[in-house]
Structure formats: structure tokens, C-alpha cells
Ligand binder design. Structure first.
Ligand SMILES: NC(=O)c1ccc[n+]([C@@H]2O[C@H](COP(=O)([O-])OP(=O)(O)OC[C@H]3O[C@@H](n4cnc5c(N)ncnc54)[C@H](O)[C@@H]3O)[C@@H](O)[C@H]2O)c1
Ligand SMILES: [Zn+2]
Length: 335
């Protein structure tokens, strides 16, 4: 990200000099690799913790992280661990992080081949969304963030889905004004959910904002993180929507609208990893199905997946029919 915003370090320096009576930098900004790489090992986490130790950062200081969802997750986790919690400010620089992950309460890194296996729930002290950062994103990082907006619209707000559907082609072409509106509305809905749903720290087993995520998290891991989180979420949602339809919950017209909106947004609905089999499995069990159990373990308690009954409304289910999921995967493959 620093490569794309060459002036950033100088601007930070100038800002701090201008406001020296109110803010001091403990050291020049620490640079870490962007993307899932910084969550897949403890290297970046260690570097942040080392800095906290060496610079004597205390609980009344702030760690400010600038980056995509992955960097923010890792840095937020470091901030939560050191001294049992240093104040943390997020500056999200991707569409996904601005509309979804940046405004949430979760931090973490991956371990044992599982997404977000280590982590904490800690609300940030502040989140600063600066749309200027988005201008340097690769197309895929622009689009993949919109899949989280589709997610929240599908489970909560049919009129928001109508809006995304109507403007899908322009959103895919990076229309800034429209994307800003979508980010704003999506972030507001996330905050509203966290604030009003009575379960910000996920003590229950139901996790509506993780619609489509059981398969998404597994697909990220199965593809060795070739798929971006938002790209995997689009496939995961498409799969759960086709499954909702095959289960008799979701009408065919609504399903078609959802799938074609993802397509217009330039998001894939299928990955060959969906049909990968577990090694040495006589029954040719699909590897992606391990994601169901991993999802249950992560949330705790009874398995709870969200399915769609119509655009804007969802329902929890506690059992899955793997044969029906296989049919859903083949429908996506043949599309
Ligand atoms: N904590 C949460 O609640 C939560 C919610 C959703 C997703 N996530 C996590 O967020 C991560 C995905 O985040 P993401 O979609 O932001 O992708 P990302 O952080 O993986 O970044 C994607 C790529 O974009 C680059 N990048 C970032 N900002 C840029 C910019 N302004 N210009 C050019 N390049 C830039 C990064 O270096 C990286 O190569 C996943 O690890 C996911 O698990 C967390
Ligand atoms: Zn997500």
C-alpha cells in the first residue's frame, strides 16, 4: 500500500509536525506486508509487539494502523495483546475494510490452517475512512469489497439490495460516488447490527454477518489465499443462496437476481476448490465441508447457518444436507 501511496510517509511526518502540540510519533511508521501474508504467520505480529516493547508504548498511547482488512486485523490483535490492550485506531484502505471489517470489533490472525483462529473482540478507539486511498486499489480489491455490502443487504435490507443491483455495472467500473454511498450504508448497517443485536462479542451461536462465510473461509484456505476474502464471500453467498433455493426456502426469481448481480459486479460464483476431495477419503468427501465444522467450532455451541428466505430476510438452520450442497455446487459450476 505504501508503494501505491508514495507520499504517505511524508504526509504523516508533516501532519505530526504541524500538530506537534497534540500528537507525537513514537517512531517512524513500521511497514509490514499487506494482504493475508501478514495474518498467516506471527512475523508481522512479532514485529509490532517488539516495537511496543522497545519504544515503551503504554496503554495511554495509540497504535494507528493504515491498511487493508488483513493488516488491520493483525495490528489490532497486537494492540489487544500488549499490556492487555493498547488503544487502537484503524485507517482502512480497501473497500472491504472501509465498509465491513474496519468498523467491527474483531481482530486476529490465522493459525493451524484456520482463518482467524487467534483473535480478540476489542472495539477500536476510532476508525477513519479516507476514500482517497481507494483510488489505487486493484480492480479485484475494489469489487471484492462490494460482496460484503451484498451480504448485509441480502440478510437485512431489500431496498439496499435493489440499489446495488441497479448500479452493479457502475460499481464494477469503480464509480466513486456510488461506491462511497455503498460503503457508508454498509458500514452504518454493520454498526447498527453490532450495537443493537445484543451480541457484539458473539456469545451466542448465530452470526448473521457471517452469512456465506462457512464456505468462504474454507475456500480461502483451500486456494492458499489465492482468492481474496471478498471474492470467497461472493462464492460462499452464491452457494448458500442456491442451497436455500434447493431447500425450498428461496424463490427462483430472487435467486437469479442475486447470482446475476454478483456476475455484473465482476465476481466469480464458482471455484474448482469447491469440488476438491479430502485425500484418502473413500466416500470422496468434499474438503469444503470441513468448513461447516470449523465454522461451528469458531462460533461455539450448536451449528447455526443462515439461509435466505427472500431478499432482505434470512433464517437460521441447524442441520445441513451435504448431498443438496453438492447439487448446489454443480449448479454453480455449470452456470
Ligand atoms: N475483523 C473483521 O471483522 C473482518 C471482517 C471481514 C474481513 N476481515 C478480514 O479482512 C481481510 C481482507 O481484507 P481486504 O479485503 O481489505 O484485503 P487485504 O487486506 O488482504 O488487502 C488486499 C490487497 O490490497 C492491498 N491494498 C490495501 N490497500 C490498498 C490501497 N489503498 N491501494 C492499493 N493496494 C492496497 C494489500 O496490500 C493487499 O495486497 C481478510 O483477512 C478477512 O478475514 C476481517
Ligand atoms: Zn467477511
Amino acid at each position: 500500500m505504501v508503494q501505491s501511496h508514495r507520499g504517505l510517509l511524508g504526509e504523516i511526518d508533516a501532519y505530526v509536525k504541524r500538530h506537534r502540540d497534540r500528537v507525537q510519533l513514537a517512531a517512524p511508521p513500521l511497514r509490514v506486508p499487506g494482504g493475508e501474508k501478514c495474518k498467516n504467520s506471527v512475523d508481522s505480529l512479532d514485529r509490532v509487539l517488539n516495537q511496543v516493547n522497545e519504544l515503551g508504548i503504554d496503554r495511554h498511547s495509540y497504535i494507528l494502523a493504515i491498511g487493508g482488512g488483513a493488516v488491520l486485523d493483525m495490528a489490532g490483535y497486537a494492540a489487544a495483546l500488549a499490556h492487555r490492550g493498547i488503544r487502537f485506531i484503524r485507517v482502512p484502505t480497501t473497500v472491504l475494510a472501509q465498509c465491513d471489517s474496519g468498523v467491527g470489533v474483531k481482530n486476529g490472525i490465522n493459525a493451524f490452517g484456520k482463518k482467524n483462529f487467534l483473535g480478540t473482540f476489542v472495539p477500536p478507539s476510532a476508525v477513519l475512512n479516507d476514500f482517497e486511498f481507494l483510488t489505487t486499489l486493484e480492480d479485484r480489491d475494489w469489487r471484492s469489497g462490494i460482496s460484503e455490502a451484498v451480504k448485509v443487504a441480502l440478510i437485512k435490507d431489500a431496498s439496499f439490495f435493489d440499489h446495488i443491483e441497479r448500479h452493479a455495472a457502475s460499481l464494477a467500473k469503480r464509480d466513486m460516488a456510488l461506491t462511497q454511498q455503498v460503503i457508508y450504508r454498509c458500514a452504518a448497517m454493520h454498526l447498527e447490527h453490532i450495537r443493537c443485536n445484543n451480541d457484539p462479542f458473539e456469545k451466542g451461536s448465530s452470526r448473521p454477518l457471517d452469512f456465506g462465510h462457512w464456505a468462504a473461509h474454507k475456500l480461502e484456505q483451500l486456494t492458499d489465499y489465492e482468492l481474496r476474502h471478498g471474492e470467497a464471500v461472493a462464492i460462499g453467498i452464491a452457494l448458500d443462496c442456491v442451497y436455500s433455493h434447493l431447500s425450498g426456502l428461496l424463490g427462483s426469481k430472487a435467486l437469479e437476481r442475486i447470482l446475476s448481480t454478483f456476475e455484473t459486479l465482476g465476481l466469480q460464483l464458482y471455484s474448482p476448490a469447491l469440488l476438491e476431495c479430502e485425500p484418502h477419503s473413500p466416500k470422496r468427501t468434499l474438503s469444503v465441508f470441513a468448513g461447516i465444522q470449523e465454522f461451528r467450532e469458531h462460533l461455539g455451541g450448536e451449528l447455526t447457518l443462515m439461509l435466505l428466505t427472500q431478499i432482505g430476510s434470512a433464517v437460521n438452520v441447524h442441520q445441513v444436507d451435504e448431498a443438496l450442497y453438492r447439487r448446489a455446487i454443480h449448479i454453480l459450476k455449470e452456470r
